[in-house]
Write a protein that binds this ligand. Structure first.
Ligand code: PLP
Length: 228
């Protein structure tokens, strides 16, 4: 087995173990393999090992990989990085999912620019859950209204929320922030019952994220290795 397929097996086993530990169904947590900075050959290797969903942060780099891998029929591309409004067209044309929608203007452009004939772009609203300095994400207090507005857009389907908390000093602290994301998600779901995706958890806080109700963990380093 290759290193990537070994790593994937190990990450899937970790997700499985965390689900068992915290009483979650194993199928209730999806793995998004974050392939940013790694070449398309690495994605192909992960695909060969059974992985289908991949996350990219940089639009140009992501588009190049989607084009290099068009022969893989059921691959699913997720944009998880910041989106400037002059780059929305590339995202609307080449991705299946976007986790990093944090303002209405971006959502409107993505909907307008989604090519006719493609299914709706699957969207998560990014929320700055802990007031972290990276500044991406809407305020928690803005999330309900923004979610409602996004639901009105014809070519988008709102699936849920994404959060990227600041690194926490320990498990307990990580859980506290992730729990507040789950509470916000649940409160928005009361008004928009179709939501099914809480995108949270990375290599370092995967177990805490599963405990607190993540439905999609985004893992890069533990699958592809350290980024340079
Ligand atoms: C890079 C990145 C990840 C993956 O992080 P790792 O620590 O490598 O697992 C997940 N989510 C987002 C938004 C990222 O930018």
């Amino acid at each position: 087995m290759s290193m990537i397929s070994d790593n994937l097996a190990s990450v899937n086993a970790q997700i499985h173990a965390a689900c068992e530990e915290f009483g979650r169904k194993p199928q209730s947590v999806r793995l998004l393999a974050v392939s940013k900075t790694f070449p398309h050959q690495a994605v192909r290797e992960a695909y060969a090992a059974g992985q289908r969903s991949f996350g990219e942060n940089y639009i140009q780099e992501g588009v190049e990989k989607t084009l290099a891998l068009v022969d893989l029929p059921d691959i699913e591309w997720h944009m998880i990085g910041p989106i400037q409004s002059n780059k929305t067209r590339l995202v609307a044309e080449h991705f299946h999912w976007v986790h990093s929608v944090d303002r209405l203007k971006i959502a409107q452009r993505l909907s307008e620019q989604r090519p006719v004939g493609l299914p709706a772009l699957q969207v998560c609203l990014q929320v700055n859950i802990d007031g972290g300095p990276n500044k991406s994400g809407c305020l928690p207090s803005e999330a309900v209204q923004l979610a409602r507005d996004i639901c009105q857009l014809q070519n988008l389907q709102l699936r849920g929320l994404m959060v990227i908390p600041e690194p926490a000093p320990d498990f307990i602290a990580a859980c506290a922030v992730l729990m507040s994301a789950k509470q916000l998600f649940d409160s928005i779901k009361e008004q928009i019952p179709g939501l099914d995706t809480l995108s949270m958890g990375m290599s370092a806080d995967l177990r805490a994220a599963v405990k607190e109700g993540s439905t999609m963990v985004r893992v890069g380093t533990a699958i592809f290795g350290t980024r340079v």
